[in-house]
Write a protein that binds this ligand. Sequence first.
Ligand code: SF4
Length: 418
Amino acid sequence: MKGYYEISFTRIFIRKYRNDYIKLIYPPFEAIISLKDLLKFLRENVGATNLEVEHNRIIVIGARNNPRDYVHYYFDAAFRTNLNNMITGRKTIYIDESLGVPLIGSHYFGLIDRGTNLIQVRPITGCNMKCIYCSVSEGPGKDRLVDYVVDYEYIAQEYEKITAFKGKYSIEAHIDGQGEPMMYPWIIDLINELKSVKGTEVISMQTNGYKLTDDVISELEAAGLSRINLSVDSLRDDKIKMINGIPVSSSLIKRIIEAIVSSNIRLLVAPLWIPGINDEDIVEIIEYVLSLRPKSEWPIFGIQKYIPYPRGRKLKVRVMTFHEFYSTLRRLEKKYGVKLVLRPEDFGIHRRKSLPKVFKLHEKAWVKTVLPGRLPREALGVCRGRVVEVTDFLGEVGSRVRVEIIRTKDNIYVAKAL
Ligand code: SF4
């Protein structure tokens, strides 16, 4: 039929939403588009007279030439400007090079250099779990105002610049973040890109195990992931639900652990020890993991101490002293013959020159705000090639604001609006 075009999609799902809208779904993201606006755009550009949506296809009627590129352009723009994370329920800001937002300076996304050969890589915020102890109050809901997701090619490009500065040898890229890295839809592409940067020797990733099926573990392995740091706080169903906020069965967690042990990816199990809540669980986890005899050139446990953080969820439990924590770990080390008290050297981490700081503490500066922050009265600004997290901000995003820099450690900049 003249002027009849069917455009189908393989990587995104299209669903009708209410009468006049469609949802573009690219898990965990969705963007809602008005059909009237899309038709208006296609009428102006290719003379389309009508649109239909069925079975993951857009049917464009009356167009004088193939509207495929226009539809793709429109959808791409919708993803950039109108993105929501379906799991956290929050608006999500897509950051790529064209946005002009640097990847150094924020806790929330990008790259963090703490003066060693390890570079933290943060591609996404937001988490599917809602742990009672979360140091960044993550999980579905309004504890945080927005999420960010960063283009993987942009990350790799900036990561390469840092490795060139630090020396292209023995670099570890550690994928973590304020959230769950496996929610990042381009995690395999990201690992592939990081792996291809000269000097990258190890790629490790922090995860709560979400999405780690046998197939996904094989894909991560093929892409070159070296180690998974798996958060496991208990192997009991009721306790997992209570601590992590979602009903994941212990048998599923055991299956994930076993699948990692059978792969070429090394496993590090990282439970958070909350006194009075999961004391016996820690011992149970150690015994279970040891029974699988995992092979690793690195320690296989990274037991963490519960510490209440100012911006995290706080528990009404007795907080262990460091002395008590480490002496208990030493006792368990002797009992099980396994390393539990860790030092950076156990992972091959050593000092390496840091990127130069661009601000002095308490320096005053003008910052251009560019993105909303994750907290009330917070905006993210840009100045001297760095992101600055501006607190006490009451203006409009897009304005310039005079600030006092109150944190510069590790090239993470926090400032107070004056
Ligand atoms: S899995 Fe990690 S980021 Fe997610 S809620 Fe738990 S502690 Fe927070």
